[in-house]
Every structure is written in structure tokens, then in C-alpha cells.
Design a protein around this ligand. Structure first.
Ligand code: DIG
Ligand code: MN
Ligand code: MN
Length: 393
């Protein structure tokens, strides 16, 4: 394989402890690989060329550990992170594994469970700050129902908002300069999860007290699971400056959350996503960590796990090079220029309403039959993208 696409720490690639540390268990079978310790994961990621490592609180510190135990574990971990030259850009809280959260954490009908969840999240945020994290992700893996008889969804949303607002206010009160990134998922492990897509999250954020410090963490698999476009979800978040983090992986439509190696499915979707993140058509890209929330096939042994990690990073770099070549392609630029042309300056009429603009709009010579006859050369344009992807252009 060409060394041209070997990752380096300047590429901002990160992995969660739970990704390369995934032992391969699934609902139908137990683990197939020996567990890797967090410190060995850090060493392996550094060797693989990653920039950073992320974690849930309980990926590192056992549930219910004492403060002294947590301090010891975190201290040892940070020593290795620093000696390996990695960083911890993101931290998150596991509010989905322990049975206490079986009917939700922030949306549990039991206020004592909600209080416990907020207290656990506070402790995880403190730990994240100690590690230098700049972003706290919240994935509401248990925030949902199997039956809507359980509670009114409006109550759930109200409790969700209360908990996020409380944690945001506490974070500011602590003087932490953190941002929260909310991660959507349409279902699994609950029958229906609240706030199932990035679009839902973007609206929810606008209802929060401290909305400026809250953004989204879209995941490829989670948008694709509901048949939606990750490219459009990310673009909508970027347009309003709310892409605070991103979970990169791959997914086949109509299946459980596969969390596959990045770009190993829907290659064209991954291509246009990387093109968006790298900046295209003169627009700025995304400058945050490129996080792979994915894991190796259950068929893989321990060596295969590192093949998986390398493949995630290499695929991103290969697609970034192909996206740059596509945007530099003279024929691509010509087709886009023709399609976006506005020789009569009509577009500006619709930017801001004025009565003068209205009068100009009313007298425009707009012939729908003639407009309907225009071809767009999208078949040629998409074929050009495909030929860049095939490596024949
Ligand atoms: C699942 O896609 C979620 C959890 O793994 C974690 O809370 C979050 C972090 O990226 N993604
Ligand atoms: Mn996932
Ligand atoms: Mn995720």
C-alpha cells in the first residue's frame, strides 16, 4: 500500500477507547478477541499514526469507583497518553450500560435516575477537563421508549432540556471552556430514541438556555440507518456553525448500527462527506478532530483490529486527495459554472425583500417551457466523480 496515505498526527485522526478496544462481542455471541488495556490502546494508536484518543468515563474508570481510585487510574493513563504524544480532544459519559439507565438517563420518568445521570455526567466532565478535552459528547443511547404509554414525549424532551441546561450552567459556573456535542441515533438500543436525527438535535439545541455552547456530533451510521444523507446532515450543521465533532464510520441501509470501517460502504457518500469536511467550492471545511466511532469485523483477530484502524485513516486521506482532484478538474468546474450561472443577476432579487426587487421580479421574462428544456450534465458530472474514485482520471 502506498505510504503516501499513511496517517500522521497532523491529520487529526482520533479513536475512542471502545473502538479499537472492542472485543468483538455482539448480541448473539461473546467476545472473540482478548481485551486490550487502555494504555495499550494508546500505544497502539500512537504507533498507527493517530492524533488522539477519546473515551467514555467507564471505558477507563469502573462504574462506582472511588475518587481516589479514579485519580490513580486517570493519572496512569495520562502519563502514557502524554509519553505517546497523543491528546484527548473529546470525552463522553456512559449513560447507557448500567441497568439504572434502562428506562433512560436524562429522560427517565424517575427524577432520582435523572439526578444520578447528571451527577455522573458532571464527574465525567471533570475527568474530561483533567485530560484536556475540549468537547463533551452526549449520546442518549437509552433516551427513548418501547411504548409511548410510558410517558408523554413532551415530558421527556423537557427533562432532556433540563439536564443539558443544568450541565451547561454548571460547566460555565466551573469556568470550563468546553463545548457540548449532541449525538443523534434513530433507534437501537431502545424501540424509538428521542431526537433521532441530527436535524432533530439542531432544533432541540435552539431551545436550550446555553445554545451557543451546544452543537452536534453527527455519525455516518446513525444518519444512514434512517435512510438519510450524512452529507446533508453535516452540511446543515456546518451552515449554522454547529458541527462541533463528528463520528466517522460506514453503514449499509436497513441494518443495525454496524459502525464499520470508514468508507467501507457507500463509497460515494464517503467521498462527498470528505469533500465537504475538507472544504470545497471555496467554502471552509471542518477543523475539529476526525473521530472514527467504528470497530473491526467480529472475524478479526488482534492484528486485524489495527488493519481496521489503518483502513479508516487511509480511506479518509485517499478520499481527500480524490476530492481535491475532482474540484481541480477543469471539466467539473465548467459543468458547475454553467449550472450555477446567473448572467441576468436574478439570484440577488431573492436575497432581501424590497418593493423594488418585487417589481423587478414581476417583470422578469421567465419562460417555464424554455427553462424546463435545460439539461444539467449531472450524468457526466457524477461519472467524472466516479472516474476519480475509480482512479482512472
Ligand atoms: C455511539 O455511536 C456513541 C457512543 O459510542 C459515544 O457516546 C459516542 C461518542 O462518539 N458515540
Ligand atoms: Mn454507531
Ligand atoms: Mn457515535
Amino acid at each position: 500500500m502506498s505510504a503516501l496515505y499513511n496517517p500522521t498526527s497532523t491529520d487529526r485522526f482520533t479513536f475512542g477507547l471502545w473502538t479499537v478496544g472492542n472485543p468483538g462481542a455482539d448480541p448473539f455471541g461473546g467476545p472473540v478477541r482478548p481485551r486490550i488495556s487502555p494504555t495499550d490502546i494508546v500505544r497502539g494508536l500512537a504507533k498507527a499514526g493517530a492524533y488522539g484518543v477519546n473515551l467514555h468515563d467507564n471505558d477507563l474508570v469502573p462504574f462506582g469507583a472511588s475518587a481516589a481510585e479514579q485519580d490513580r487510574i486517570v493519572g496512569e493513563f495520562l502519563d502514557v497518553v502524554q509519553s505517546c504524544g497523543l491528546v484527548v480532544p473529546m470525552a463522553t459519559t456512559n449513560l447507557f450500560s448500567h441497568p439504572v439507565f434502562r428506562d433512560g438517563a436524562f429522560t427517565s420518568s424517575d427524577p432520582k435516575v435523572r439526578a444520578f445521570a447528571v451527577r455522573k455526567a458532571k464527574r465525567a466532565i471533570d475527568m474530561g477537563v483533567e485530560m484536556g478535552a475540549e468537547t463533551i459528547v452526549f449520546w442518549g443511547g437509552r433516551e427513548g421508549v418501547e411504548t409511548d404509554a410510558a410517558r408523554d414525549c413532551r415530558d421527556a424532551l423537557c427533562w432532556y432540556r433540563e439536564c443539558v441546561d443544568f450541565l451547561a450552567a454548571w460547566t460555565l459556573d466551573q469556568g470550563y471552556s468546553l463545548r457540548f456535542a449532541l449525538e443523534a441515533k434513530p433507534n437501537e438500543p431502545r424501540g424509538d430514541l428521542y431526537l433521532p436525527t441530527t436535524g432533530h438535535m439542531l432544533h432541540f439545541i435552539e431551545t436550550l438556555d446555553h445554545r451557543d455552547m451546544v452543537g452536534v456530533n453527527p455519525e455516518v451510521a446513525h444518519e444512514n440507518m434512517s435512510g438519510l444523507s450524512m452529507v446533508h446532515a453535516v452540511a446543515q450543521a456546518m451552515e449554522v456553525n454547529k458541527l462541533f465533532h463528528i463520528d466517522l464510520n460506514a453503514q449499509r441501509i436497513g441494518r443495525y448500527d454496524q459502525d464499520l470501517r470508514f468508507a467501507s460502504e457507500d463509497l460515494k457518500g464517503a467521498f462527498f462527506l470528505v469533500r465537504l469536511l475538507e472544504g470545497s467550492c471555496g467554502r471552509p471545511g471542518y477543523s475539529g478532530p476526525l473521530h472514527f466511532d467504528a470497530h473491526a469485523y467480529r472475524t478479526e483477530d488482534s492484528d486485524g483490529v489495527w488493519d481496521f484502524a489503518s483502513g479508516c485513516m487511509r480511506n479518509y486521506k485517499i478520499l481527500a486527495a480524490k476530492a481535491a482532484a475532482f474540484d481541480a478538474d477543469q471539466e467539473v468546474q465548467e459543468i458547475l459554472a454553467v449550472n450555477h450561472a446567473d448572467p441576468d443577476g436574478v439570484g440577488v432579487l431573492l436575497k432581501d425583500y424590497t418593493r423594488e426587487g418585487l417589481r423587478a421580479l414581476e417583470v422578469l421574462d421567465l419562460d417555464p417551457e424554455a427553462l424546463a428544456k435545460r439539461g444539467h450534465q449531472y450524468e457526466r458530472l457524477d461519472q467524472l466523480a466516479m472516474e476519480h474514485l475509480f482512479g482512472v482520471r
